[in-house]
Design a protein around this ligand. Structure first.
Ligand code: ADP
Length: 686
């Protein structure tokens, strides 16, 4: 049986059609008291209607059988039905299956048992629109009785389809982001591993090339032509090492593996040394090379001097490369950053070819060169500026470029460098002094690759060390138990037992064996790996390819002092052949030799100060005396320099080696050879 609509809607309808427009007639019609009651009733209805009609949520009233008695405008919008189409129909028309079929039995159960599923609780349900589509609804239902005591239900519904969709999309985005993060982490790990492996694989053969070239140059009896070839191999190897280091550096920065050092250093010295490296290029190209440091900059600052040098060197090299005429200038000036920090701005300006505006954008991107012809004309990988930018940013600074085609370029960068106290002065321990003073330390050399052992062995024997070789970690352990060594040079990657494990086992042995200094020799130079060597008990690390000078300075640090510092009493070394000097003393007598030495000292002191043409002629003049006096390394370098044909660029490293050797020889003359000549026994002989 169809029940009559509930009273409030009838009243509302009635009031709407009859009473609202003519309130003045109420008193006449209903009497004063009743009229007041009706006015209150109307006000309540008005309020109710205003709420229901303007609510953004759907409001539906149904009776106990589920027949819809009221359906507000928001419900019309949400479900797509007009109130007219729904009022008088069962509310289940607004539900999809299976709720639709089960709704009657749900209501019945509720009436009989009062068991609630939604009423008074609220939950999310699925609704059905007129067009058959479904929607998600937050539904709450209140139960009440009208004035006739009939059971009614008011349902308030909010369309949460969009909200749910957004939540699902957000969930999806989070899941995607998480997967991407995990992928990126895995890729980063793979990249780091790859880097470590490549670093090892590339540095090992590089070490063979540079090591054997070095030995060939110093030991082989080479013709002028052969010397030239050796010098060319050296230069090519240095370029290759630079490229490899650039690529490894770049990958390290990208993988977040590059750690900056923070130590006090003299800014003036850093700039001076960096400029000095490119001085020969400037001299060869007849470019003026100037540098200025503003007076306002403190002498000592704190930062990573090696990386700053690398950046400046990159910029200076480019400036030299792209300038044929004029000047290259380096400047350092103090600046105040936007955030109030003290900054130092470094700028390298040149009067070279300039950079077209369209190329400036990608200047600091990796593998980018101004145009394709650049690499053919000037060489380079297009990595220098990209690395420089990354390094500057890592230091918390920024880079920029000003340039005019045909006029020149200024590339600048700013970095925060705090003033630092001057460190305690340490005695100057040049490679030369170290080399001259090294003597018979007993060293265990552990490496599974024979060529590597051969190179390092030659370096060590040259320095007067007594060397025993081991091809594996296990062999090293056995030898250590049998023989007392002063130091172990330990390769890291070896089959069966690696260097880290071997060191750990050494540290578990009895004293004094367990306290022996162990230095890692490896191409694996990621900070994380170096840390793992230290954790395993290694004392220090020397990177491959192993360079003679670096090796000697490590020996100087780690060999027991009595061995390293024992005066060589004019012992032969790679730097100096005593037999030659003795022969000379025999034929000329010590006083003449002393006189010759003093002249030589003066001549050598003035060498290798300026441009390359000058250095070549100085090298030529040195050859005779260096050979006769027994300064063989100096002789080698002088020959290499003299023999470099015109048009072949002399590498920076060769010039630097010449200067270092000059200083070393001067030191040996002063501290060892002259005192030896002054010794009473020799004086008598003279
Ligand atoms: P590359 O090793 O090839 O020199 P860089 O990243 O150092 O790599 O430089 C990228 C390119 O930027 C160079 O090839 C050159 O085209 C341009 N460039 C850099 N510095 C200068 C400069 N001072 N003058 C003109 N062009 C420059």
């Amino acid at each position: 049986m169809h029940e009559s609509p509930i009273r409030w809607s009838t009243a509302l309808q009635w009031l709407q059609t009859h009473a609202f427009r003519r309130p003045e007639s109420w008193e006449a019609r209903f009497g004063k008291e009743q009229s007041h009651q009706r006015l209150l009733q109307q006000e309540s209805n008005d309020r109710y209607r205003a709420v229901v009609e303007t609510a953004v949520d759907a409001i539906i009233i149904a009776d106990k059988s589920g027949i819809v008695r009221a359906f507000n405008p928001a419900a019309e919008i949400i479900f797509g039905y007009t109130a007219h189409e729904v009022i008088g129909q069962n509310v289940r028309m607004l539900m999809p299956e299976p709720d639709r079929s089960q709704h009657d039995s749900y209501l019945r159960t509720y009436r009989e048992t009062k068991e609630r599923k939604i009423i008074g609780i609220g939950r999310e349900v699925t609704g059905r629109r007129k067009d058959g589509s479904t929607l998600s609804l937050d539904l709450s239902i209140a139960e009440w009785r009208d004035i006739d005591g009939r059971q009614c239900f008011t349902g308030i519904m909010r369309d949460v389809t969009a909200r749910n969709q957004q939540a699902a999309e957000l969930q999806q985005a989070i899941a995607t982001a998480q997967t991407a993060r995990l992928d990126a982490e895995a890729a980063n790990r793979a990249k780091t591993e790859f880097l470590a492996t490549m670093s090892h694989e590339i540095r090992t053969p590089l070490m063979s090339i540079s090591g054997f070239t070095d030995l060939l140059a110093r030991k082989g009896r080479l013709s002028v032509e052969q010397r030239r070839y050796v010098s060319l191999i050296r230069t090519a190897n240095e370029s290759l090492a630079t490229i490899v280091n650039d690529i490894l550096d770049f990958s390290k920065v990208e993988a977040g593996q590059l750690e900056l050092q923070n130590r006090p250093f003299s800014l003036q010295t850093m700039i001076h040394d960096t400029v000095a490296i490119v001085q020969p290029i400037a001299a060869r190209k007849a470019l003026r090379l100037k540098w200025t440091v503003d007076r306002g900059i403190p002498e000592w600052v704190e930062g990573d001097d090696a990386r700053l040098r690398q950046i400046l060197h990159n910029l200076l090299n480019n400036a030299m490369k792209f300038t044929e005429l004029g000047a290259v200038t380096v400047s350092a000036t103090p600046m105040l950053g936007r955030d109030g920090r003290d900054l130092i701005q470094f700028a390298v300006s040149d009067t070279g070819i300039g950079i077209p505006p369209e190329h400036r954008e990608r200047l600091f991107k990796k593998f980018s060169q101004a145009d394709g012809s650049i690499s053919r004309r000037f060489g380079g990988t297009g990595l220098g500026l990209a690395i420089s930018k990354r390094l500057v940013e890592l230091m918390g600074g920024s880079v920029g470029v000003d340039s005019e085609v045909g006029k020149g370029t200024t590339i600048w960068f700013t970095v925060p460098l705090a003033a630092a106290a001057a460190p305690d002065a340490k005695p100057k321990a040049t490679a030369a002094v170290e080399e001259a003073n090294l003597c018979r330390g007993k060293i265990l050399l552990v490496d599974d690759i024979e060529t590597n052992r051969e190179i390092v062995m030659a370096f060590l024997e040259d320095a007067g060390c007594d060397v025993v070789q081991a091809g594996s970690g296990a062999e090293a352990l056995r030898l250590i138990e049998e023989t007392a060594f002063d130091l172990v040079l330990m390769d890291i990657q070896m089959p069966n037992m690696d260097g880290v494990t071997a060191t750990r086992l050494i540290r578990q042995m009895k004293a004094p064996v367990r306290d022996i200094p162990v230095l890692a020799m490896t191409g694996n130079v990621l900070p994380r790996q170096i840390q793992s060597f230290i954790n395993a008990g290694m004392n220090d690390h020397i990177g491959k390819p192993i360079e003679r000078k670096k090796l000697y300075s490590k020996l100087w640090c780690w060999l027991p002092r009595k061995l390293a510092a024992e005066p060589a009493a004019l012992a032969s070394s790679p730097m100096f052949n005593r037999t030659r000097l003795d022969e000379l003393i025999d034929s000329l007598g010590p006083r003449k030799v002393e006189h010759t030495l003093r002249m030589f000292q003066k001549q050598l002191g003035d060498c290798f100060q300026s441009d390359i043409a000058q250095a070549r002629s100085e090298a030529h003049d040195l050859i005779n005396a260096a050979g006769v006096l027994g300064f063989e390394l100096l002789l080698d370098y002088a020959l290499a320099l003299k023999d470099t044909p015109d048009g072949v660029s002399v590498s920076d490293a060769l010039m630097a080696d010449c200067r270092d050797t000059r200083d070393a020889v001067l030191e040996i003359i002063e501290t060892t050879v002259l005192p030896h000549l002054a010794a009473p026994g020799l004086r008598k002989a003279g």
